[in-house]
Design a protein around this ligand. Structure first.
Ligand SMILES: *Cc1c(COP(=O)(O)O)cnc(C)c1O
Length: 349
């Protein structure tokens, strides 16, 4: 069977997770009657020290509901150039909420508080766009699974709030950040006005994200979720997978990180321009191919023929993501396949 490292979204619910789903008490969540959904929302909110939570089918929707409670039409959200909110949500902030975005660039997604603060322009008056929120992605997906330094988050959050600018956390992989850094969820949570987290990435649930904030923003987001057509009925059957994931699949992320590091170290040994293993802090391995003599598309298709699925995210950038359906044997096999293909590319060069 093929080894699939295209994303940590490719995992299948385990038998134990499916059993938890089958046993879940349910009700009509549009009426607020689903006990499994209600307890999941309360549980995640409590983990991050927020007042309330809202279950959503996707992380994109959780992000979009969050930012629309912070930024009014015609106002501005600042985000890093390669963040999911601006690159992978199909312009939703503009399309649905009339939000304009402006970006600051980084080399590897790593947050430096001074970057957004330098371009922020709050209360900009009648001629210029006013900045009302800043979003931080942790870990940073297209940056290579980068863990954001807590000191920069603290600095940014306190300076932004002092200027009346709100803070949003795209925490699709905040679980990985927590495992890599040892920073608690509550510590991360206290620096942000709104948060989105995904249960369907590293934690292995089939579907589901949660948006967090205070009670009034969550109540507002609940109305917009229904308006967007994402009011769900006996969805405790899915929320139960989220409970199971939180109970069983957070600590084990350390294994995903170790396997990603092992792949990075092996490939660094082939050619140091491919990747710096020191920068592989979590479960994402981004390969820089510009000096290797193979395009990302060619590498991806040769890997696929050999039984390893990876992603080409740029002409010379390929990405591998480790996850809970990927074990040590598969890790050795993946390294062997990559080594063979990259070696012959290096010889041909
Ligand atoms: C996957 C992801 C999301 C949400 O994606 P959905 O596919 O909409 O669930 C949001 N932010 C980041 C950084 C992600 O990687």
């Amino acid at each position: 069977m093929a080894i699939d490292l295209r994303s940590d979204t490719v995992t299948k619910p385990s038998d134990a997770m499916r059993a938890a789903m089958a046993a879940a008490p349910v009700g009509d969540d549009v009426y607020g009657d689903d006990p499994t959904v209600n307890s999941l929302e309360e549980r995640v909110a409590a983990m991050f020290g927020h007042e309330a939570g809202l279950f959503t089918p996707t992380g994109s929707l959780a992000n979009q509901l969050a930012i629309r409670t912070l930024v009014k039409p015609g106002e501005e959200l600042l985000v890093e150039t390669r963040s999911h909110i601006v690159r992978a949500e199909l312009g939703a902030a503009a399309t649905f909420s009339g939000i304009t975005t402006r970006t600051w660039p980084t080399a590897d997604g790593s947050l430096r508080a001074e970057d957004p603060l330098a371009i922020a322009h709050e209360n900009a008056g009648p001629y210029l766009v006013s900045t009302t929120a800043i979003a931080v992605e942790n870990t940073h997906n297209f940056g290579g699974g980068t863990v954001q330094p807590l000191s920069e988050i603290e600095k940014l959050s306190s300076a932004a709030h002092a200027r009346g600018i709100a803070m949003h956390l795209d925490g699709a992989r905040i679980w990985n950040a927590h495992i890599a850094s040892g920073v608690s969820f509550a510590e991360y949570g206290k620096h942000f006005d709104t948060i989105s987290v995904c249960l369907s990435k590293g934690l292995g649930a089939p579907i589901g994200s949660v948006m967090l904030s205070n009670k009034s923003r969550v109540a507002e987001a609940r109305i917009w979720r229904k308006r967007y057509g994402a009011g769900m009925r006996q969805v405790g059957i899915i929320a139960a997978a989220g409970h199971y994931a939180l109970e069983n699949n957070i600590a084990r992320l350390a294994q995903d990180h170790a396997r990603a590091k092992k792949i990075a170290t092996a490939l660094h040994g082939l050619d140091s321009s491919l990747i710096d293993p020191v920068k592989v802090e979590t479960n994402i391995v981004g390969l820089e191919l510009s000096k290797i003599g193979i395009t990302a598309a060619a590498l991806t298709s040769q890997c696929k023929e050999a039984g390893l699925w990876i992603s080409a995210l740029g002409p010379h950038y390929a990405r591998l993501v480790t996850h809970l359906d990927f074990d040590d044997n598969q890790c050795d096999e993946a390294i062997a396949i990559l080594t063979k293909i990259l070696k012959s590319a290096l010889v041909a060069k």
